[in-house]
Design a protein around this ligand. Structure first.
Ligand SMILES: Cc1ncc(C[n+]2csc(CCOP(=O)(O)OP(=O)(O)O)c2C)c(N)n1
Length: 107
Protein backbone atom coordinates (compact mmCIF):
# COMPACT_ATOMS: atom_id res chain seq x y z
CA UNK A 1 0.00 0.00 0.00
CA UNK A 2 0.90 3.65 -0.26
CA UNK A 3 0.21 6.09 2.58
CA UNK A 4 0.64 9.85 2.61
CA UNK A 5 1.38 11.68 5.87
CA UNK A 6 0.88 15.44 5.82
CA UNK A 7 3.51 16.48 8.34
CA UNK A 8 3.10 19.95 9.83
CA UNK A 9 5.14 19.24 12.99
CA UNK A 10 2.20 19.87 15.27
CA UNK A 11 -1.17 18.72 16.55
CA UNK A 12 -2.64 21.66 14.64
CA UNK A 13 -6.29 21.09 15.52
CA UNK A 14 -5.51 21.01 19.24
CA UNK A 15 -3.14 23.96 18.98
CA UNK A 16 -5.74 26.04 17.11
CA UNK A 17 -8.32 25.46 19.85
CA UNK A 18 -5.80 26.55 22.48
CA UNK A 19 -4.81 29.63 20.47
CA UNK A 20 -8.46 30.61 20.04
CA UNK A 21 -9.62 30.00 23.61
CA UNK A 22 -6.53 30.80 25.71
CA UNK A 23 -5.41 34.18 24.42
CA UNK A 24 -3.08 32.74 21.75
CA UNK A 25 -1.21 30.58 24.26
CA UNK A 26 -0.60 26.90 23.56
CA UNK A 27 1.26 24.02 25.13
CA UNK A 28 2.31 20.51 24.12
CA UNK A 29 1.02 20.92 20.57
CA UNK A 30 4.31 21.06 18.68
CA UNK A 31 6.28 18.05 17.47
CA UNK A 32 9.91 18.61 16.60
CA UNK A 33 12.01 15.53 16.32
CA UNK A 34 10.35 12.74 14.40
CA UNK A 35 10.46 11.59 10.82
CA UNK A 36 7.62 9.41 9.63
CA UNK A 37 9.64 8.36 6.57
CA UNK A 38 12.44 7.14 8.86
CA UNK A 39 9.93 5.32 11.06
CA UNK A 40 8.62 3.63 7.90
CA UNK A 41 12.14 2.54 6.95
CA UNK A 42 12.83 1.25 10.46
CA UNK A 43 9.72 -0.90 10.10
CA UNK A 44 10.80 -2.37 6.75
CA UNK A 45 8.79 -0.14 4.42
CA UNK A 46 10.01 2.57 2.08
CA UNK A 47 9.96 6.20 3.17
CA UNK A 48 10.07 9.29 0.99
CA UNK A 49 10.23 12.86 2.32
CA UNK A 50 8.75 15.57 0.09
CA UNK A 51 9.90 19.12 0.75
CA UNK A 52 8.87 20.80 -2.49
CA UNK A 53 5.51 20.85 -4.26
CA UNK A 54 7.06 19.73 -7.55
CA UNK A 55 8.34 16.57 -5.88
CA UNK A 56 4.85 15.30 -4.95
CA UNK A 57 4.15 13.76 -8.39
CA UNK A 58 7.47 11.91 -8.69
CA UNK A 59 7.09 10.62 -5.11
CA UNK A 60 3.63 9.27 -5.88
CA UNK A 61 4.89 7.65 -9.09
CA UNK A 62 7.76 6.02 -7.22
CA UNK A 63 5.46 4.77 -4.44
CA UNK A 64 2.94 3.35 -6.90
CA UNK A 65 5.73 1.65 -8.84
CA UNK A 66 7.04 0.07 -5.63
CA UNK A 67 3.52 -0.95 -4.64
CA UNK A 68 2.45 -2.41 -7.97
CA UNK A 69 5.72 -3.92 -9.19
CA UNK A 70 7.57 -4.87 -6.03
CA UNK A 71 4.77 -5.31 -3.53
CA UNK A 72 6.35 -2.74 -1.22
CA UNK A 73 4.63 -0.32 1.11
CA UNK A 74 5.72 3.31 1.00
CA UNK A 75 5.05 6.17 3.38
CA UNK A 76 5.24 9.53 1.60
CA UNK A 77 5.92 12.22 4.18
CA UNK A 78 4.87 15.60 2.82
CA UNK A 79 6.33 18.48 4.82
CA UNK A 80 3.72 21.25 5.28
CA UNK A 81 3.66 24.71 6.79
CA UNK A 82 2.45 25.32 10.33
CA UNK A 83 -0.43 27.50 9.18
CA UNK A 84 -3.40 26.74 11.44
CA UNK A 85 -6.69 25.90 9.76
CA UNK A 86 -10.05 27.07 11.03
CA UNK A 87 -11.70 24.49 13.28
CA UNK A 88 -14.95 22.79 12.27
CA UNK A 89 -16.30 23.50 15.78
CA UNK A 90 -15.85 26.98 17.20
CA UNK A 91 -17.03 26.06 20.68
CA UNK A 92 -14.60 23.22 21.35
CA UNK A 93 -13.12 24.65 24.56
CA UNK A 94 -15.98 27.04 25.39
CA UNK A 95 -17.62 26.90 28.79
CA UNK A 96 -20.31 24.24 28.52
CA UNK A 97 -24.01 25.15 28.68
CA UNK A 98 -25.80 23.09 31.33
CA UNK A 99 -29.33 22.17 30.25
CA UNK A 100 -30.29 20.03 33.23
CA UNK A 101 -30.62 21.36 36.79
CA UNK A 102 -28.69 18.44 38.22
CA UNK A 103 -25.58 19.59 36.32
CA UNK A 104 -25.86 23.33 37.02
CA UNK A 105 -23.10 23.24 39.65
CA UNK A 106 -20.67 21.79 37.11
CA UNK A 107 -19.14 24.68 35.21
C1 LIG B 1 -15.07 14.28 9.11
C2 LIG B 1 -14.32 14.59 10.39
N1 LIG B 1 -13.99 13.59 11.23
C3 LIG B 1 -13.32 13.85 12.38
C4 LIG B 1 -12.97 15.14 12.70
C5 LIG B 1 -12.28 15.43 14.00
N2 LIG B 1 -10.96 15.99 13.81
C6 LIG B 1 -10.70 17.29 13.95
S1 LIG B 1 -9.08 17.67 13.73
C7 LIG B 1 -8.69 16.04 13.50
C8 LIG B 1 -7.29 15.60 13.27
C9 LIG B 1 -6.58 16.44 12.25
O1 LIG B 1 -5.32 15.88 11.94
P1 LIG B 1 -4.44 16.50 10.79
O2 LIG B 1 -5.29 16.84 9.61
O3 LIG B 1 -3.29 15.58 10.61
O4 LIG B 1 -3.96 17.88 11.39
P2 LIG B 1 -3.22 18.24 12.76
O5 LIG B 1 -4.30 18.63 13.73
O6 LIG B 1 -2.46 17.03 13.25
O7 LIG B 1 -2.34 19.42 12.41
C10 LIG B 1 -9.83 15.24 13.56
C11 LIG B 1 -9.83 13.77 13.42
C12 LIG B 1 -13.33 16.16 11.79
N3 LIG B 1 -13.03 17.43 11.99
N4 LIG B 1 -14.00 15.86 10.66
Amino acid sequence: MTAVVFHNRQWGAEKKNQVDFYNRRFVAGELDNQSFAEIAKAMGAEGIVVNRLEDVGPALKRAIDLQMNQGKTTIIEIMCTRELGDPFRRDALAKPVRMLDKYKDYV
